[in-house]
Design a protein around this ligand. Sequence first.
Ligand code: UD1
Length: 345
Amino acid sequence: MPSQNLSTIIVTGGAGYIGSHTIIELLTKTNYNVISIDNFSNSTAKSYQRIKEITNKSFESLDFDLCNENQLVTQLSKIKNIIGIIHFAAYKSVPESVTNPLLYYINNLNSLNNLLKFAQEQKIENFIFSSSCSVYGNAENLPVTEETPLKKAESSYGHTKQIGEDIINFVCKANPNFNAVLLRYFNPVGAHPSGKIGEFPLNRPNNLVPIITQTAVGKNSLTVFGNDFDTRDGSCIRDYIHVSDIADAHVKALNYLIERKNKNNVSLFNLGTGNGVSVLEAIKSFEKVSGKKLNYTIGPRREGDVVAIYANNNLAKKELNWNPEFSLDDMMLSAWKWQLNLEAE
Ligand code: UD1
């Protein structure tokens, strides 16, 4: 069992896609106690088993809804030595947020507010927030830097991330001892290189890569949302980044805060590779590494999609000493390996 004397890191959404990969990095690269909180709204407890198999390490987990403040306070008050919180738990589907905006405002913001309030009351000083490149909206100049002005969000999902960032900025301004890192993820994809854990949406996925791998095994059908955009091949451009690189950035951001290397009490970093990749190029990469030809159709544009976005990631490289290691082919190959493992189960 984890030692009571070690500092504890709370990971919310630890059974989810990025959360689970981050727990793996925390368990293999640090000595912190890790406690995951997840209500399995879009994940299962199987993730925990998989993390334990990969790392051979143990960690604790709690199952409750962070929107329930009473439960949050009761459960978390029992935990000693909390030194930091990494907050992943949130809804994350752009199209779902377009059709059901209140679900996103209520879930994503109530949970954040409750956690921040608890952190303030307990004097927990280090907080990492999962933000998204969707906060930039349809940015005028690419690649986007952290200084790029934010446009109106294209979806309520993106808006909850903008508001979340604003809330944390104000909380940090009012509390000089509270330190936060806001990480703006571009498009996290792929799976742990072992292929033993990866993205596992409970319902039909909305994100491109799980749809690609499911299509390749005949469990889904892929439609490319628009080929008439003003891009090199007409499909949207995104900055796909391997989930293990994203996870690694969290460990670095956490240590950056704990070692007080941060220059301000709120820091902001883009997490992308810096490469813009079109939907059709992503499909080609998958076909190359898997050796499978994908049957796809071209459909209409999807509401809420921005045309093109990719990151300038210089700040994260410099300040966090972070360097994304995985190529687009690595991302696709690991996602494919994971899909094949799921098929074999
Ligand atoms: C958005 C956010 C990203 C966030 C993610 C969480 C932006 C720019 N990015 O990603 O930061 O992490 O939500 O879910 O808002 N596509 C198809 N067919 C499909 C599915 C997707 O063509 O069946 C295309 C989309 O139009 C898009 C690309 O693939 O161009 C990626 O889509 P998706 O994986 O859903 O991620 P984003 O919406 O870009």
